[in-house]
Design a protein around this ligand. Structure first.
Ligand SMILES: Cc1cc2nc3c(=O)[nH]c(=O)nc-3n(C[C@H](O)[C@H](O)[C@H](O)COP(=O)(O)OP(=O)(O)OC[C@H]3O[C@@H](n4cnc5c(N)ncnc54)[C@H](O)[C@@H]3O)c2cc1C
Length: 518
């Protein structure tokens, strides 16, 4: 029998926002010192000489508000979200319009000054972190935060690059619509960052990644010219798609200033369930079982027992949805756009049938919105719980969906055998063939574990993924953390094409140097 669980619930939405406070609580535009502040003594001791002429001209053209040189204002944005990579920059530019971005890029090209675009700084590959030698200037897009238009009739929104994902969600909701991409960092990550990393998230199963949801891009190209692809035309075959090229380019081909985004009707009803089962193979059986009987499934997340236990240990106000022992769990989300479908009843019936057929061991349907969010909180808190537990290496990988269950089991065993003491496991977007394969250090690991054993483990995992015909970056991008591995493992044709495209559009190499392109 399926049970209903009234659980210990907290406002997961609010929690997600407060979890990543840097954006909302750091209105770094409020106090802008008068330029110039030269030289800047960086905290690690060396002296940075800003490209004075460049900054002087920019300040005269754009005003001091757009040129931040106070190290205290800049510092919070110099470290990547994982806290692994630290950069330095003599200034942070904060333009408020496409014209200002164009002016910045034009002058940067003229003076040969490298720029590092940054949105919410929640990226997982340190793509928005400037080089440590202070040779580049940070280009913060967070002041460009207007939703320019939102049309339920056209099913389109045009949002500037600095619009935070949660703000777009709210705007679409007010118009009876939905932007159907969401992820744990939605209170901080921006439309420009999501586009530039071709982000995925938890609804990819039904709606695809940003690549499927972007109808057009406005961007400033490395020579300062503006590409305007915001018409939202469904059909436009004028040759190469510059919009698609900019999606997933991680700031290496230009600065995204605004994006036309596809909307879908708001959800009329949703049901969220938690099921316990024996193995990833059974989880995939469940997904196929459900998909054969309904088209309402849009979220399907795999969670190992070990990850759930860490969440329960480290994250306050969480509790296990099911009693009993289950080695694996899945979170299932079903939605309906209209009131005529009772998704909760349908999901309950289907899970009941799956239970009878032995596909799952137990399941529970959330009995309220708050409880549904509490289930999602368990899933969204895994990375945070792992960090609280100790050092963890994250691998965002994909293989063919049908191969994923075997891959998870085999890879975990092989990694644990090769590196005694570590704990390896995979969680996440099973239905997309994408899991986050994390390897936790043994309790006694040295502080430099990431640099010592960690590198060897990552190479080992990446070799397994490559041998399985998969990708070493499913949704997080390459940034600077995976560039060496891309160079080591990608076929020559891919590397050659990446370099050729980069050189054709950015011959001076001023756009986010040292990222993505090996
Ligand atoms: C808790 C948590 C959960 C997450 N879950 C997921 C998930 O499920 N799926 C997923 O795909 N990602 C996930 N991420 C990663 C992250 O949220 C995404 O990569 C997001 O797209 C980054 O957006 P951002 O605005 O923070 O970009 P940033 O981190 O600021 O930048 C990311 C990259 O984009 C470039 N960039 C940023 N803005 C622009 C611009 N306007 N023009 C050109 N280049 C630009 C940067 O140079 C950098 O290379 C998660 C992150 C966290 C912290």
């Amino acid at each position: 029998m399926l049970t209903h669980n009234d659980g210990n619930v907290r406002d997961a939405e609010r929690l997600r926002y407060s979890q990543y406070p840097r954006y909302p609580r750091n209105p770094h535009y409020s106090h802008i010192p008068i330029f110039p502040v030269i030289p800047i003594i960086h905290k690690n001791g060396h002296t940075l000489m800003p490209p004075q002429e460049f900054l002087k001209i920019l300040t005269a053209t754009l005003g001091a508000r757009a040129v931040v040189t106070d190290p205290a204002e800049i510092e919070p944005w110099m470290t990547d979200w994982r806290g692994r990579v630290h950069g330095a920059a003599p200034a942070m530019l904060a333009p408020a319009s496409t014209e200002e971005v164009a002016e910045i890029v034009r002058l940067a090209a003229e003076h040969g000054v490298p720029l590092v675009p940054q949105g919410g700084n929640t990226g997982m590959a340190a793509g928005a972190t400037p080089p440590a030698d202070g040779s580049a200037i940070l280009l913060s897009m967070r002041r460009m935060n207007r939703i320019r238009s939102l049309s339920a009739e056209n099913r389109l929104a045009v949002a500037e690059a600095g619009v935070v994902l949660a703000t777009l969600h709210d705007g679409a909701h007010e118009a009876g619509m939905r932007f159907p991409l969401t992820l744990g960092a939605r209170g901080s990550c921006t439309i420009g960052g999501l586009t530039s990393t071709n982000a995925g998230g938890t609804q990819v199963l039904k709606f695809g990644t940003m690549r499927s949801l972007v109808a057009g891009v406005e961007a400033v190209l490395p020579d300062g010219s503006v590409h305007n692809g915001l018409s939202g035309l469904k059909k436009d075959n004028r040759g190469y798609s510059l919009d698609q090229l900019l999606i997933g380019a991680e700031g290496t081909l230009g600065v995204v200033t605004a994006v036309a985004l596809r909307l879908v009707p708001a959800i009329a009803a949703r049901a969220v369930a938690w099921a316990g089962l024996e193995s990833p193979a059974r989880a995939l059986d469940l997904l196929r079982f459900l998909e054969a009987r309904t088209d309402s499934i849009e979220g399907f997340e795999l969670v190992p027992q070990d990850s759930l236990e860490l969440v329960l240990k480290h994250i306050p106000n969480t509790r296990a949805p099911l009693s009993g022992d289950h080695k694996w769990h899945v979170l299932v989300e079903a939605t309906a756009a209209g009131p005529e479908t009772d998704v909760a009843a349908e999901l309950e019936r289907l899970l009941g049938a799956a239970l009878q057929q032995g596909i799952i061991g137990d399941a529970v349907i959330a009995s309220s919105e708050a409880q549904a969010e509490a289930f999602w909180k368990l899933r969204d808190s895994i990375s945070e719980a792992e960090r609280a537990e100790g050092q963890t290496l994250a691998h965002d990988i994909s293989v063919a969906v049908a191969d994923m269950p075997q891959f998870i089991s085999d890879a975990a065993v092989k990694v644990e055998q090769a590196f005694p003491g570590v704990v390896a496991s995979g969680f996440g977007h099973l239905g997309d063939g994408n899991i986050h394969f994390h390897v936790r250090a043994a309790g006694h690991a040295a502080p430099d574990w990431y640099e010592s054993e960690g590198k060897a483990i990552t190479r080992f995992v990446d070799d397994l993924v490559t041998a399985a015909g998969g990708s070493i970056s499913a949704e997080h991008g390459i940034g600077q953390l995976k560039r060496d591995e891309l160079a080591r493992l990608a076929p020559p044709a891919r590397i050659h094409a990446l370099r050729a495209i980069k050189h054709a559009l950015d011959p001076l190499g001023i756009m986010n140097p040292g990222k993505l392109v090996p």
